[in-house]
Write a protein that binds this ligand. Structure first.
Ligand SMILES: Nc1ncnc2c1ncn2[C@@H]1O[C@H](COP(=O)(O)OP(=O)(O)OP(=O)(O)O)[C@@H](O)[C@H]1O
Ligand SMILES: [Mg+2]
Length: 367
């Protein structure tokens, strides 16, 4: 099922007479999610991710704008008619029902030809429980489960009716690291197998990068960028998006373009053909540094960490906005860990320039 969001806005009224503190949770959001696609919605706390999901499933009504499923405008359609499975951020399970009854719940009350017998419902519940590995917990109540187990019951409950659209709001937040990795692969597998159009909300950019077809990055209710994970990583359109994706994070420097050359401090580090003279933010990915004796960027060496496949060099530079400059280089490279300084050349494809005020990307080819 294709989903289209068209100029979607959601304002929450403020309190009191003057309606002070009105919040625009979602601000003129427009994008499409292709049929069968898994889209990750990524952004900091409070940026409007849950509100966006609530609008898609119909729990909230937009202040303005439209939502389409396929060609059908469903903006005012009631939630139960939308065919959406949702796992909420707080995955509210029914406390007085067993796990089996919780999973079966969306299948109850079906009418006419869609009506299922008790055996059919239990079989479906069993099948979905197997997918998320909670078969042995079917007779327990939610209060008798760990947070991670409850979360998996919520996923099973959203999947059991094989909805046309699946909305997952931080569905893995309560799982430990290993189970989290496993479950996200499992969600991806189930999603691919069933072809359910899925929106997956997360804070975790690693998670977003690894399982999604495309990523939408939001900030303050606004869509900042939408694209394939690698595209967004390789071509961030703003400093915000550049900083949001990547571990370790991108290194940001105060820089200057003068005479078509990029300066960090007094050092000319790259050619910047066609860029007018101006102060800039320079973002350099950790893998963009090459240790070289005559490299133009001179940094005070902190520590060298050998990570097996890679080496991480921690250093510092007065123009770097972070205290520590993190670079990752291949393990074959020789680095004198006892030296006071390390000199870097830069890989032009890993260096981005941003406007000093708007923080938008300055289109240019560095060399
Ligand atoms: N019912 C509501 N009434 C008033 N304001 C609300 C309501 N729901 C959300 N908000 C506000 O709207 C903004 C977006 O909230 P939302 O829950 O969509 O954020 P989020 O991106 O899901 O954050 P998180 O990652 O913390 O879950 C926030 O500023 C929040 O305080
Ligand atoms: Mg939320």
């Amino acid at each position: 099922m294709k989903i289209v969001l068209q100029n979607l806005t959601k304002k929450f009224p403020g309190r009191g007479k003057k309606a002070q503190g009105e919040v625009t949770a979602v601000n003129d959001l427009s994008f499409e999610i292709a049929d069968g696609e898994l889209l990750a919605l990524l952004g900091p706390s409070g940026c409007g991710k849950s509100t966006t999901l609530n609008l898609i499933c119909g729990l909230e009504k937009p202040t303005a704008g439209h939502i389409f499923f396929g060609d059908r405008d469903i903006t005012v359609l009631s939630p139960e008619l939308r065919g959406v499975g949702m796992v909420f951020q707080n995955y509210a399970l029914y406390p007085h029902l067993t796990v089996r009854e919780n999973i079966v719940f969306p299948l109850e009350n079906r009418k006419g030809k869609d009506k299922l017998s008790r055996e059919e419902m239990n079989a479906k519940a069993q099948e979905t429980a197997r997918l998320v590995q909670i078969e042995e917990l079917m007779d327990r109540k939610p209060g008798e489960l760990s947070g991670g187990q409850q979360q998996r019951v919520a996923i099973a409950r959203a999947l059991v009716k094989m909805p046309g659209v699946l909305l997952l709001d931080e569905p893995l937040s309560n799982l430990d690291a290993r189970l989290r990795l496993k479950t996200r692969e499992e969600i991806r597998r189930i999603q691919k197998q069933t072809g359910i159009t899925t929106v997956f909300v997360t804070h975790d950019q690693d998670e977003a990068m690894s399982i999604s077809d495309r990523i939408a990055v939001m900030r303050d209710g606004v869509l900042m960028q939408l694209g394939k994970p690698q595209e967004v990583y390789d071509n961030p359109e703003s400093l915000f998006v550049a900083k949001f994706l990547g571990t370790p994070p991108i290194n940001v420097f105060e820089g200057q373009v003068r005479g078509e050359r990029l300066y960090i401090g007094d050092e000319a580090v790259l050619e910047a053909g066609g860029v007018p003279d101006q102060p800039v933010w320079v973002g350099i990915r950790p893998e963009g540094f090459l240790p070289q004796e005559d490299g133009p960027l001179s940094c005070a060496l902190g520590r060298v960490e050998v990570l097996g496949r890679d080496i991480s060099i921690l250093s510092s530079h007065p123009a770097c906005t972070g205290q520590t400059l993190r670079s990752i280089i291949s393990a074959e490279t020789r680095v004198d860990a006892s030296a006071a300084q390390v000199h870097f050349a830069l890989k032009p494809g890993k260096v981005f320039l941003f406007h000093h005020e708007t923080e938008e990307r300055i289109p240019c080819v560095l060399g």
